[in-house]
Structures are given as C-alpha cells and as structure tokens.
Design a protein around this ligand. Structure first.
Ligand SMILES: [Zn+2]
Length: 211
C-alpha cells in the first residue's frame, strides 16, 4: 500500500535500519549484546510479518534458535514533520517521536527504553530533538508490547498527527524522493544518530584497536 516509491513509508525507516546495520557490521565494531536488524513484511495489512515473528519465536527465546529479547526499536516514517496542518517546509518545531504503549504489559520497561533513546538524541543528534509519547499504535512494534520493552520511532505521533494528515504524501503517489528536501533527509539522519547512540549504550558498543 505504500504510495509512489514508498520513499517515506517506509523507505526512510528501512534506510535508517540499513545504515545502523552497515555501521554495526564494520569489522572493528564489537558489541556485548547482539543486535538483530529485521525488515517486516505486510505491516500495512495487519502487521503480519512482525505478528508471526512474535508468535512463533517468543517461545524459542534462550534456545540456540533465538536469543533472549531485551527490546524492540521500530522505525516507521522518518523524514517529514512539517507541523499541523503541514506546511511546505520542515517545521521549526520538528521532533522525532518516540512512542510506547502505556496500556501494555511492558509499559514500564518500554518507558525506560524510550527515555534511553531520548537521552541519546540529546547527546548525539544535532538538529532535531526527540519527544516521548505514550500511545504507540499502527506499527510493527505493537506486536511486541506485551512481551518485551517496545518503542516506535517516527516523524510524528501516530494517533494525533499521522492519522490526522501530518504528511500529505503518506500512502499517496507523491511519496517519492523528489517530494522531500534536505531538511527532511537530515531528520532521518538524526534518527539514525539517535538510535545508534542508544544502541551504543544498550548493546555495549566498543571499537577494537586497529593494528
Ligand atoms: Zn503505511
């Protein structure tokens, strides 16, 4: 159901995750905990890929087939915060929205994960601040919210912004790269800085000595 080239929904989120995978995959990067990069299918029609993963693999945790889950960080639409109603340019108040679900079994742990991401944003992201919301909805991480600390990271809050038209390109033929400007792409880069900074702490990232 992605419109146009699905540049923002969800090419942008995939690009952030791919960039994190590229950086953490460098030969001199070491982590104390494993980080799994996952690209779900069929999010648009009911979060089927993530739902099936959660259902089938949750019971396998701790076996050789599946590590124990410590947290899920979902990236879904990472470019466009032009305010409400949306204007032609990135808003002066544009922020990265980190959401968890307050009405979920793992809400307390998810709030901590969200706070870690916001702290990392303050330290590592140069242009756009992060805001925490408590009504995560309509994205793959909801499939994990009762199982493990789970957050979504997005250009806007799902319920009060995206559903109300914060991005006119959302699911439209205009969701193409030429519809976005430098500030929009930089927003996505700030999201990568935010999550990488958080992972540095959460996964214990160190660099091996170069010889
Ligand atoms: Zn969508």
């Amino acid at each position: 159901r992605g419109g146009g080239d699905a540049a923002d929904d969800d090419g942008s989120g995939c690009a952030v995750v791919l960039e994190l995978a590229r950086v953490l995959g460098m030969s001199d990067v070491q982590t104390n905990r494993s980080v799994r990069f996952i690209f779900w299918n069929n999010e648009e029609f009911g979060m089927d890929g993530s739902g099936t993963y959660a259902l089938e693999r949750a019971p396998l945790q701790g076996t050789a087939a599946e590590p124990k889950w410590l947290g899920v960080i979902q990236h879904d639409m990472m470019m466009f915060d032009h305010g409400m109603p949306p204007g032609p340019k990135q808003s002066r108040d544009a922020d990265i929205d980190i959401e968890y679900q307050k009405n979920s079994r793992m809400a307390a742990d998810s709030a901590k994960l969200a706070a870690t991401l916001r702290a990392a944003n303050r330290t590592h992201a140069r242009d756009y601040p992060a805001t925490i919301g408590t009504d995560m909805a309509g994205t793959d991480s909801i499939r994990f919210e009762d199982l493990v600390a789970s957050v979504s990271v997005r250009e806007n809050e799902r319920v009060i912004e995206i559903v109300r038209g914060s991005n006119p390109n959302h699911h439209q033929p205009t969701d193409k790269y030429e519809s976005y400007a430098e500030e929009d792409f930089r927003f996505g880069f700030n999201s990568a800085q935010t999550t990488l900074g958080a992972l540095g702490q959460l996964a214990g990232i160190t660099l091996a000595q170069r010889r």
